[in-house]
Design a protein around this ligand. Structure first.
Ligand code: CUA
Length: 329
């Protein structure tokens, strides 16, 4: 029979621990740095829990104890040992442990582990500009709102912002790092498990801060090189009607599409947009309907974004542009 306590305790535990796994959890690590963060959390939580149990037990014991009160000397000794010495010692060890872990959470790659790849990421209101700089030569490859990286190879992120402070955070892979206008910050990460993880902006940056996510995809190194090579050449796309409308309606003033005259730099790069996991920085599924909706009403989907709405265009034009964009794989 289910006891009264278990009826409450089990669901409560479920709610409390549901954040411990999944694609956006620092406690379900898939990277070297995230493992350190998770370890630090569990050690601190465990030690905190033990101290809490100890203090509560002493309190219960003291409140039930009968007999003589403790004398002045005894009270003084109690305060000295339990109130000063023990907490200092415990905090000293916990601090020591945290400091000992710190070299593993370094923002700068050590000289010994030269990054295989650097990825420049710029925070924008409210999306992510991404440029891959392969160390093995070749020009940068541009993308947006999605970061692909190889498993088992150290990647260095070069972080910037063009407007306000954003914060770059892939919880499954490591800690966060602020993106500050006018200053480059760096973060070095090493993914250990292939998968698609959800990442987010972790600093309030304006109206659509909560609508500023991206997918971080960790691939086997061979797959990654293949992926990068495919991204270095323009997508053939499907047909030219949508492309012509895209250019005629001036979309190229803000968006770049590899292999066309569109070379705008205000908005996200749309080369290969059809193959991305999501649209509008983690907000919409990547399909034609979502593309049509975003072209017509970006102000509804992402309040505060710079893109004006194009609902004045004929529906058929919007549909053709959306179909062409979806075909850029
Ligand atoms: Cu960008 Cu919050």
């Amino acid at each position: 029979m289910q006891t009264r306590a278990s009826r409450w305790v089990l669901p409560a535990l479920g709610v409390c621990t549901s954040g411990c796994s999944g694609i956006q959890s620092a406690l379900d690590p898939a990277g070297e740095e995230a493992h350190q963060v998770a370890r630090l959390f569990w050690v601190m939580a465990g030690a905190g829990g033990l101290i809490w149990v100890g203090v509560v037990s002493l309190m219960v014991y003291a409140s039930h104890k009968r007999g003589q009160a403790v004398g002045e000397r005894g009270a003084g000794r109690l305060i000295l040992w339990c109130g000063a010495a023990m907490p200092s010692l415990l905090l000293f060890f916990l601090l020591g442990y945290a400091l000992w872990l710190m070299p593993g959470l370094r923002p700068f790659a050590r000289a010994a582990d030269t990054p295989a790849l650097s990825i420049a990421v710029t925070g924008e209101q409210f999306w992510w500009r991404v440029a891959y700089h392969p160390e093995a030569g070749g020009g940068p490859v541009f993308s947006a709102n999605e970061i692909v990286l190889p498993v088992g190879e150290r990647v260095e992120f070069l972080l910037n912002s063009t407007d306000v402070i954003h914060s770059f955070w892939i919880p499954s892979l490591g800690g966060k790092m602020d993106m500050i206008p006018g200053r480059q910050t760096r973060l070095s990460l090493l993914a250990t498990k292939p998968g698609t993880y959800r990442a987010a902006c972790a600093e309030y940056c304006g109206t659509s801060h909560a609508l500023m996510a991206f997918a971080a995809i960790a691939m086997e190194p061979g797959d990654f090189r293949q992926w990068l090579a495919a991204r270095s050449t323009p997508s053939p796309g499907a047909g030219s009607a949508g492309r012509d409308l895209f250019l005629r309606h001036g979309c190229g003033a803000c968006h770049r599409v590899d292999g066309t005259e569109a070379d705008g730099e205000v908005g996200p790069d749309l080369s290969h947009v059809g193959s991305r996991a999501t649209l509008a920085a983690g907000v919409l599924p990547n399909d034609e309907e979502a593309l049509r909706n975003f072209i017509a009403h970006p102000e509804v989907i992402k309040p505060g974004s710079k893109m004006p709405g194009f609902s004045m265009l004929p529906e058929q034009d919007i549909a053709q542009i959306a179909a062409w964009l979806k075909g850029l794989e």
